[in-house]
Design a protein around this ligand. Structure first.
Ligand SMILES: [Zn+2]
Length: 238
């Protein structure tokens, strides 16, 4: 159920029984030499579709841009907005929807940049809850990593499961920056490209569709629990 495929009358009808909306946020960001720039957008849309069906909730139009690491600026095609602009822009959209009666926005992000997440959370702290899609337990699935990195064993596996035809397997390269060295890039302190990096972090050569299938089903479970938990909170407020 996509909001922008309905008429204003139909959205009004929906609002009589439900004041909540799912909003997927993607990025236009390099994902190594083997995954397309819209990787986050593709996955976030898939998950939004699933949650919408399970919870009978409308999905707002996907925002295809976010806040990316400045050190990624040299990877052709990647673009980013700033934390302040994302916060202001997204908040300005929510303001109109709130005037019409929406009260809770379930914001989905497959992109974990802390500046990006903070901007979304700050866009309207009263109504917004943000879920980082890859923030769930991956124990027993990954062989080379403990959790998600970037275009890595985890993210590439999910893409191989959901969008096999979009993965350029022959181009895959592993690349690891120890967390301590990576941290200044993550908090946007260092802005030059990481020397020799193909764009991804971690071990995509260990990815496969079978792992992706398990990871995606855990992601769905984790997201649905989050959605229902917050819906419950909303109900008990009334
Ligand atoms: Zn990603």
């Amino acid at each position: 159920m996509r909001l922008d495929e309905l008429t204003w009358k139909e959205v009004g009808e929906y609002l009589r029984s439900n004041r909540q909306m799912i909003v997927p946020i993607g990025t236009c960001e390099q994902h190594g030499p083997h995954l397309p720039l819209n990787t986050d957008t593709l996955v976030v849309d898939k998950l939004a579709e699933y949650l919408s069906e399970e919870a009978g909730m409308l999905v707002g139009p996907t925002l295809n841009y976010g806040v990316n690491l400045p050190c990624d600026r040299g990877y052709a095609g990647t673009c980013s907005t700033t934390k302040e602009l994302l916060k202001g822009f997204f908040g300005s959209l929510l303001k109109w929807w709130k005037e019409q009666g929406f009260r809770r926005f379930f914001v989905l992000s497959a992109h974990g940049d802390p500046h990006h997440i903070e901007a979304l959370e700050a866009s309207d702290p009263e109504t917004v809850v943000v879920l980082e899609l890859y923030d769930f337990d991956m124990t027993g699935v990954l062989e080379k990593q403990h959790g998600a990195k970037h275009a890595c064993e985890a993210e590439t596996s999910v893409m191989m499961y959901l969008f096999r035809e979009k993965v350029r397997s022959a181009e895959i390269q592993d690349f690891e920056t120890p967390f301590e060295d990576f941290k200044p890039y993550l908090i946007h302190e260092k802005i030059e490209a990481i020397e020799g990096a193909p764009g991804n972090q971690g071990y995509p050569s260990w990815a496969d569709a079978e792992k992706g299938k398990i990871l995606f089903s855990r992601m769905k479970k984790h997201a649905l629990e989050w959605l229902l938990r917050n819906t419950e909170k909303e109900r008990s407020k009334k």
